[in-house]
Write a protein that binds this ligand. Structure first.
Ligand code: C2E
Ligand code: MG
Ligand code: MG
Ligand code: MG
Length: 288
């Protein structure tokens, strides 16, 4: 009996695995045509400057609307795009689209674009960034590239060469998801990042864990000592926002400030050049 049950469990497990593999295979194939079928678009999430209370930067977040599967999360399809190499043409499209759309916004608004490890491995990345800037006419200072710790897993000459080449173009470089990997401290020693983006797992602990609060304070101090802009991700409450402001953080990003939105830039926040803190429920509503 026990054996029969065990066998059934194994079969169920295998069925689940097979189904997962089939879905992944299907999604990989579908992703191949997503660009041509124009199923991809960018959503933009505001970054609130905590000193001035204005929004002068947004992060471009890739969205995939599949005709039958609906909206697919980047957490699901970015890994597939990386496995298939599709992230290279898709990443090019993201860069070009973000740069082009940003030229339509007020000139003091900059755009942040995420760069995948696979893109980062290519020697041509700096050339592609330069081309996107040239084609769009966007000032390099208005483009920020977000690189996660996992991209920089190993200290290598290649990584340093690419980072310096990008920096040489006049774009800014942000260290994304800070605190979730292992390599960030050694990279902070080696390269002058312009921005430190603290991962949202720390922010969600504000008011709940004095240990996490101590880490956030220390990370903020380190960022300031290294002349970096310090940005906290995943700010979902007024209390978190107030705490970050009181502890000297320079920027906040999260649902409390604003959801990623299909609108190129939520001009509703900007009144005569000034951006007001969202007070109504609009900013916290569903993603559009
Ligand atoms: P990320 O770069 O760390 O982007 C922030 C993620 O946190 C986004 O998820 C955003 O929607 C989400 N987020 C923002 N505020 C809050 C909040 O208050 N609470 C919570 N729970 N989440 C919040 P999203 O859009 O699902 O993207 C996930 C990841 O996919 C991104 O993490 C980024 O690593 C990657 N990604 C997105 N777009 C691109 C892209 O164009 N290229 C590459 N290579 N990766 C991308
Ligand atoms: Mg990012
Ligand atoms: Mg991040
Ligand atoms: Mg993150």
């Amino acid at each position: 009996r026990a054996k029969a049950d065990g066998g059934g469990t194994v079969r169920l497990f295998e069925d689940g695995m097979l189904e997962r593999i089939r879905v992944r295979q299907f999604m990989k194939q579908e992703l191949g045509g997503a660009l041509e079928r124009e199923e991809l678009h960018l959503a933009y999430q505001p970054l609130l400057d905590l000193r001035s209370g204005t929004v002068r930067a947004v992060e471009a977040l890739l969205r995939w609307d599949h005709p039958t599967k609906g909206s697919v999360s980047p957490a699901e399809f970015i890994p597939l795009a990386e496995e298939t190499g599709l992230i290279v043409p898709i990443g090019d499209w993201v860069l070009q689209t973000a740069c082009r759309q940003a030229t339509e916004w007020p000139e003091d608004v900059s755009v942040a674009v995420n760069v995948s490890a696979v893109q980062f491995r290519c020697n041509s990345l700096p050339l592609k960034v330069a081309a996107a800037l040239a084609r769009s006419g966007l000032a390099p200072a208005r483009l920020e590239l977000e690189i996660t710790e996992s991209v920089l897993l190993h200290e290598s000459e290649h990584n340093m060469r690419i980072l310096h080449a990008l920096k040489g173009l006049g774009v800014r470089i942000a260290l994304d998801d800070f605190g979730t990997g292992f390599s960030s401290l050694s990279y902070l020693r080696l390269f002058p990042f312009d921005k430190l983006k603290l991962d949202r797992c720390f922010v969600s602990d504000i008011g709940r864990s004095s240990q996490s609060e101590a880490i956030i304070r220390a990370a903020g101090e380190m960022g300031r000592a290294l002349s970096m802009v310090t940005t906290a991700e995943g700010v979902e409450t007024a209390d978190q926002l107030a705490w970050l402001k009181a502890n000297g953080w320079s920027q906040a990003q999260g649902y409390f400030v604003g959801r990623p939105s299909r609108l190129p830039f939520d001009l509703a926040y900007r009144k005569g050049g000034q951006t007001e803190l969202p007070s109504g429920s609009d900013a916290r509503g569903k993603e559009q």
